[in-house]
Structure formats: structure tokens, C-alpha cells
Design a protein around this ligand. Structure first.
Ligand code: PXL
Length: 287
């Protein structure tokens, strides 16, 4: 069975990061090995949060893994406790690449959404993510993170995209952004969960896939429901597990997008408070 190290925070309440990626990756038939970057009482959209970083312990954790001879087929990276973790993770990646040159690195640079940085995030976290992107085979930022990573003005970008009704016009705008992102990574890029409204007033979530500079493909799913935390974590877990198992990128993205669309609808039907994320537990069997 394939094995992925999942480097992400452990948040007690709110369905984000490790709490949802572990069951999703396991359901997809891949062994999930957690590396907590921080332990939080809940994700940071709740008012009261107690946070403890794992940065001081991460090196010993990886060294013990390496000394045991553990070898991974993939490394999935999400939220960092602080920027010091970047170097430690990079050393782990380089060591594991020596052991398995086919190992895939999937980076979901979790630090912002809807135009703003998450609480506790600084410029240094962004620099850490840019550095990690240099070692990734796939990065999956949302639109805000994509803009921050390459120093684009998010509001201007969003406005331009909203004014494009044709896919051909959108593709030109995305191509410029993707080209900048391809300068910071040699890997593929998926910009996730970009909201758009069609001429009938329906909202779609658009995922923009680019495996190399100049390539741009749109993957859509109908969105009927609220914006909920944790959808990016679900996306990277599904695409990461499928990618490591050898699936092509486009169908992995489509499966992830469809799953997230139905999980959002289901959460609304079940009247789950938005801050508690998506109720995915009783849908796992669909993966
Ligand atoms: O789902 C993204 C995420 C991950 N980890 C933490 C968060 C968030 C989003 O708010 O706060 C701690």
C-alpha cells in the first residue's frame, strides 16, 4: 500500500487539516502518517483559540522516522505552525527523495482566503511557502494564496476575473498568474475553489489546472451553499492521495471538486454551522 506523510496542524474542532485529511486519505486506500505542525483547540475562524507549535519537536520526529528507515510515496504539506518548520521539512523532503526518487510532494500553502491572511500568519509564512513550492510536484493554492505567493493584487485580480464572461478571456488572465506561479515551482499548479457566477445567476466553484506553463484547464462544480472552512484541505487530501496512486491530475481534480460540492450541499441540508466546516463523515463511502 502507498504511504503519505501528512504535515499539517491538528485542530480539535471545526473539521480542518489533519482531522479531515487522515480519514479521507485512509478511505482512498493510502496509509496516512501524520506530522502535526501545531496543535490548536480549533481552527482559527473560531473566536477563542489555544495554539501550541510543534516546531521545536519536528526535527527529532523526522530524524527518528529516517533512522527507522521509513520511506514514503508522498508528502502532503498544509498549515505550518511557524516559518522555522520550512527548513526542517525541506531537509526531510530531500532525504526522502534520495530514498524514493518517485516520491511526490504536494503543497497546499495554507495561509489565507477571501483576500486576507489567516490569524497568526505573517509575511514570513508566505516566504516559507514560496521556498517549499520550489520542491513541490503539485501546489494547490486558493486564489488569495496564489496572488500572495507571486505578489499580485488580489482585489484587482478578482475584479478582472469577475468582468470576464468567456472562458477564453478568463484563460488569458489565469495564464499570466499561472506563468508567475510556474516560476516558483517546477510542479503542476491547481488554483482551487474560485467562485464564479454564470449568466443564469448560478454559482460555480472553478478549479484551474496547469501542468506546465501555457497549459490551462478549467474544472467546475456547481456550488449551492455557503463558503465553509476545510474545503481546501479536502481538495489537497483527495488529489494528493489519487496522484500518489497514479491517477491523472484532471480526473483527480474533478473527483475532489464533485465531492466537495456535494459535501457543501449536504452540510447545508443538515444545517451544520458554517464555522464547523463540511459534514463529510457520512459521505466518505462515495470516494
Ligand atoms: O482549513 C484551513 C485551515 C487549516 N488550519 C488552520 C486554520 C485553517 C483555516 O482557517 O485556521 C489552523
Amino acid at each position: 500500500m502507498k504511504r503519505i506523510a501528512i504535515i499539517n496542524d491538528l485542530s480539535g474542532v471545526g473539521r480542518s487539516s489533519l482531522s479531515i485529511q487522515l480519514p479521507v486519505v485512509s478511505t482512498l486506500g493510502v496509509t496516512a502518517c501524520p506530522v502535526p505542525t501545531a496543535i490548536l483547540s480549533s481552527h482559527t475562524a473560531f473566536q477563542e483559540v489555544a495554539k501550541t507549535n510543534f516546531s521545536d519537536h519536528m526535527q527529532a520526529y523526522f530524524e527518528a522516522w529516517n533512522r527507522n528507515g521509513f520511506r514514503f510515496d508522498g508528502i502532503l504539506i498544509g498549515y505550518l505552525g511557524d516559518e522555522r518548520e520550512q527548513k526542517i521539512i525541506e531537509e526531510f523532503i530531500l532525504e526522502q527523495k534520495k530514498r524514493n526518487p518517485d516520491m511526490k510532494v504536494i503543497l497546499d500553502p495554507v495561509f489565507a482566503d477571501h483576500g486576507s491572511l489567516y490569524r497568526h500568519m505573517t509575511e514570513k509564512n508566505i516566504e516559507a511557502m514560496v521556498s517549499l513550492a520550489g520542491l513541490a510536484d503539485l501546489i494547490c493554492p486558493n486564489l488569495t494564496e496564489a496572488a500572495f505567493l507571486v505578489d499580485y493584487d488580489y482585489e484587482g485580480l478578482k475584479e478582472t476575473l469577475d468582468s470576464c464572461s468567456l472562458d477564453s478571456a478568463k484563460a488569458i488572465v489565469f495564464n499570466a498568474l499561472l506563468s508567475a506561479l510556474h516560476h516558483i515551482t517546477k510542479g503542476a499548479v491547481v488554483i482551487t475553489g474560485v467562485e464564479e457566477t454564470d449568466s443564469d445567476g448560478r454559482t460555480h466553484l472553478l478549479n484551474v489546472l496547469s501542468e506546465e506553463d501555457g497549459d490551462v484547464r478549467f474544472i467546475r462544480t456547481l456550488k449551492t451553499g455557503d463558503n465553509r472552512p476545510g474545503t481546501g484541505d479536502l481538495f489537497s487530501a483527495i488529489v494528493g492521495a489519487k496522484y500518489v496512486k497514479g491517477s491523472d491530475m484532471e480526473s483527480a481534480c474533478q473527483i475532489a471538486a464533485d465531492f466537495i460540492g456535494s459535501a457543501i450541499r449536504h452540510s447545508d441540508d443538515e444545517k451544520v454551522p458554517v464555522v464547523e466546516g463540511v459534514q463529510f463523515e457520512d459521505l466518505l463511502h462515495r470516494l
